[in-house]
Design a protein around this ligand. Structure first.
Ligand SMILES: Cc1cc2nc3c(=O)[nH]c(=O)nc-3n(C[C@H](O)[C@H](O)[C@H](O)COP(=O)(O)OP(=O)(O)OC[C@H]3O[C@@H](n4cnc5c(N)ncnc54)[C@H](O)[C@@H]3O)c2cc1C
Length: 325
């Protein structure tokens, strides 16, 4: 099948990697996302009153594969990614952060891509050899040879219901939810590590966001992530209550009485691949032979590196098709 036009649904790292690699090779790509901008789980948010910006999703990421290190080198040379000498009872190796915020990385990846923000795709169908996409407003986007769904497994499921072999794979996949609490203190808290891991209680990890390179905050800003198990049990608790619980637990853990000057809270329904998750054999899934693909961190091994690997895998396979025809 000759490939001339590709629709990518989802502008997280995986979708952006597919789209940017295809666009660089001259393929006509349209990228759809329900959010206002690109980034997905690498988004950043501004505190309401202060100028400080904090990272709402992944606070940093580590890389183990040389293939992905080639990509991080390229992003570093563009000035949107920096190494962070983070410590958590010892240095965290190959640790990267977007600069001046995580979303700088995904903004860079989206450069030159025909992106349709605030466009939630609700239905896809194949007609006369081409894919048509329907959005939440009833608008039709058509004429695509290939469609890549670069979205979490539960969100991808309704689109592939007619392919039982793929729904079986998707049924076995899940991402853990997470509550994220942001706290800004007016003085430096007496903590030496920039990342703290906790093995019990609600908090899994605390990250000193303001210590990351490129951040200009005059406040000591901390991000708290709840554990997957705790988040599942407290999914429907009110944000205000979660904020209070995590804040008090953190203050108790580090033994400070200071009250934060600013706070914020966010719930992610799909945050991280659980530890020991069964990852599909290949880093991308081709759904039958109809030009429909699945990509995402959950296929590529989890995390930002997994999302990059999955996006790169799917782009490479699609480009092989083009070369073949
Ligand atoms: C709190 C938290 C902490 C994390 N910590 C780390 C960490 O320390 N290290 C690490 O490597 N990773 C971490 N991660 C995970 C990392 O952020 C993800 O693995 C990665 O960003 C996933 O990228 P993705 O492209 O696969 O998916 P996403 O970023 O989820 O992108 C999917 C996109 O699809 C869009 N979308 C979904 N459905 C539709 C639809 N129907 N129509 C249009 N658009 C749609 C969404 O809006 C979203 O933008 C963390 C994530 C969170 C939330």
């Amino acid at each position: 099948m000759p490939v001339s036009s590709v629709a990518v649904v989802g502008a997280g790292v995986a979708g952006l990697c597919v789209a940017s690699e295809l666009v660089a090779a001259g393929v006509n790509v349209t990228l759809f996302d329900k959010a206002r901008g690109p980034g997905g789980r690498l988004s950043s948010r501004r505190f309401a009153q202060e100028s400080a910006v904090f990272d709402l999703g992944a606070p940093y990421f580590t890389v183990s594969g040389n293939d992905c290190l080639t990509w991080t080198d390229a992003m570093q040379s563009k000035g949107v990614l920096e190494c962070w000498s983070a410590s958590s009872n010892g240095p965290i190796t190959n640790c990267f952060v977007g600069s001046p915020r995580m979303s700088a990385l995904t903004r860079e990846l989206s450069e030159g891509i025909n992106m349709k923000p605030q466009t939630r795709i609700v239905f896809i169908q194949r007609e006369s050899g081409f894919w048509q996409l329907l959005d939440q407003h009833g608008a039709k986007w058509g004429g695509f040879d290939q469609v890549v769904l670069a979205i979490p497994p539960k969100q991808a499921l309704p689109f592939v219901e007619m392919y039982p072999s793929v729904t079986r794979i998707l049924d076995g996949q899940r991402l853990d939810p997470a509550w994220v609490v942001m706290l800004s203190f007016g003085r430096m808290l007496p903590v030496t590590n920039t990342v703290m891991h906790f093995s019990s209680g609600s908090i899994e990890r605390a990250i000193r966001d303001s210590s990351k390179p490129g951040r200009s905050s005059h406040l000591d800003t901390w991000i708290l992530h709840s554990s997957g198990a705790w988040s599942r049990e407290h999914l429907d608790v009110s944000p205000a209550q979660v904020l209070l619980m995590l804040k008090n637990e953190f203050k108790g853990q580090i033994d400070v009485k200071d009250e934060p000057m600013e706070t914020a809270v966010h719930r992610w329904l799909y945050a991280n691949l659980p530890p020991n998750a069964q990852v599909p054999e290949k880093s991308g899934i081709e759904v039958s032979d109809v030009g429909l693909w699945l990509a995402g961190d959950w296929i590529g091994g989890g995390g930002v590196e997994g999302a990059w690997r999955s996006g790169h895998y799917v782009a490479t396979r699609i480009l092989e098709r083009i070369a073949f025809h």
